[in-house]
Design a protein around this ligand. Structure first.
Ligand SMILES: [Zn+2]
Ligand SMILES: [Zn+2]
Length: 430
């Protein structure tokens, strides 16, 4: 394995080789070919993120312990917490959905905040211990599955739906959950992983060369300015997907592990095209029962009624909350289908080795990645509606089988987007 200059990178989205220039305070370096932000200077990144992480850890506990919201109708009261919502799903026969809800609302945010706290504390000394790299890889994965903001919107929709039937009062937990959304977003915005990676001791025992003041020799030159587009794959260089380190393996077909963070290296994500196809076909199959089967079954004084996602939208519209009806319609019905179609389009154009509109296709891919999580909205709406409306024998709501298929569609498309390798969009031009 040959060491290369620290500031030489291959764009993670299009594989173009480039040097990161010395950035001014708050400056950003964008890839000249695809526009991806390769590096951003975030002043006091580690200190700021640590402060947000400490606050987020405290607020996370407050959001989970006390009452999230309280319902009162005809002299009866009911209340729930985040965990309580998931437990109610479990008790009403939706164990898998309950586990997904717990993972996305409690486990993933807690692990993300906990790891970030550990990483930021340990990265204060240089060189920072090598295991920070492993932890950082884990935190990124958990971050993509932590859906506090989607849960918050889900709680609000559930609240407005229930307000038609009973009086609902938000509890302390709800305000804490709202604050947590802001703090987690602040952590993401203020954190600069490059700063940590620069300090980390390499997994193979080497010490990091700290980029010193000598970086002024670096120019903002980019390989794309020459007539020939230089990419990592062309020069036999592999970029680590976790830490961004560029290395030259002895055998390009078996690059081994990243010398810095220990991540398994690959020129392109493994069997990216086949796997993405398999996942979106599975998602498309689940999309049918997700829309046909009921997501909720409500029983009122002995008579029961099935609710599908679409009938829920109609109900919201009829009760006058057309804006919420629109949000649920877009998030639950249109986005999942649009995501499946967009990924299929990307796969087909990559397989046809199309060179048309690569920039637009990359934008489409980023959009699919970005909106993916918001489709989980309806799962959270069902969870918190079920958790609150347990007023037997007056009225009760049970989750239906549709909600599991629906969660499956969201998860499958999210994993499909992770499997697709955006660099393949650009490969045909090389
Ligand atoms: Zn790029
Ligand atoms: Zn690495």
């Amino acid at each position: 394995m040959t060491r290369l200059a620290e500031n030489l990178v291959a764009c993670p989205e299009c594989d173009l080789l480039q040097r990161i220039p010395a950035l001014p305070h708050g400056g950003r370096a964008r890839c000249p070919r695809c526009g991806h932000t390769i590096a951003a200077s975030k002043p006091y990144s580690l200190e700021r993120t640590l402060a947000f992480a400490v606050a987020a850890a405290i607020v996370l506990i407050v959001a989970n312990a006390p009452t999230l919201m309280e319902l009162s109708v005809a002299g009866r009261k009911a209340s729930t917490t985040i965990l309580g919502g998931a437990i109610e799903m479990w008790l009403r026969g939706q164990q898998i959905t309950a586990m997904i809800v717990i993972f996305c609302t409690v486990v993933a945010p807690a692990v993300y905040i906990g790891i970030m706290f550990t990483v930021l504390l340990s990265a204060r000394r240089t060189p920072a211990p090598w295991w920070i790299g492993r932890l950082l890889r884990w935190s990124e994965w958990h971050q993509s599955w932590a859906m506090v903001e989607v849960m918050m919107l889900g709680i609000l929709v559930a609240l407005i739906k229930i307000a038609e039937l009973a009086t609902v009062t938000p509890g302390i937990g709800m305000f804490a959950a709202g604050t947590l959304v802001v703090l987690v977003a602040a952590m993401t915005v203020s954190f600069d992983p490059h700063e940590v990676w620069q300090r980390v001791e390499w997994a193979n025992g080497e010490m990091p060369d700290l980029v010193s003041g000598g970086s002024s020799t670096v120019t903002a030159e980019s390989a794309s300015k020459s007539a020939d587009v230089l990419t990592g794959i062309k020069l036999g260089l592999v970029s680590c997907e976790a830490c961004g380190l560029l290395s030259r393996p002895f055998d390009i077909n078996e690059p081994g592990q990243c010398p810095r963070c220990g991540e398994e290296l690959a020129l392109r994500r493994n069997n990216s095209i086949q796997r993405t196809w398999a996942l979106i076909i599975a998602a498309l199959i689940c999309y049918i029962p997700a829309n046909v089967l009921p997501v909720m079954v409500s029983t009122t004084l002995g008579s029961s009624e099935d609710d599908t996602i679409l009938s829920g939208v109609v109900l919201l519209y009829k009760t006058g909350s057309w804006h919420l009806a629109l949000i649920v319609l877009i998030a639950s019905v249109m986005i999942p289908l649009a995501k499946i179609m967009a990924l299929a389009y990307l796969l087909i154009t990559v397989q046809l080795r199309s060179i048309e509109g690569r920039q637009e296709r990359l934008r489409l891919y980023r959009l699919v990645e970005f909106v993916g999580r918001w489709s989980m909205l309806d799962v959270f709406v069902v969870t918190f509606t079920v958790a609150l409306i347990q007023l037997q024998p007056l009225m009760s709501i049970k989750p239906g089988a549709g909600v599991l298929f629906f969660a499956a569609v969201v998860i499958l498309t999210m994993i499909a987007a992770e499997c697709f390798d955006p660099r393949t969009i650009w490969d045909s031009s090389n």
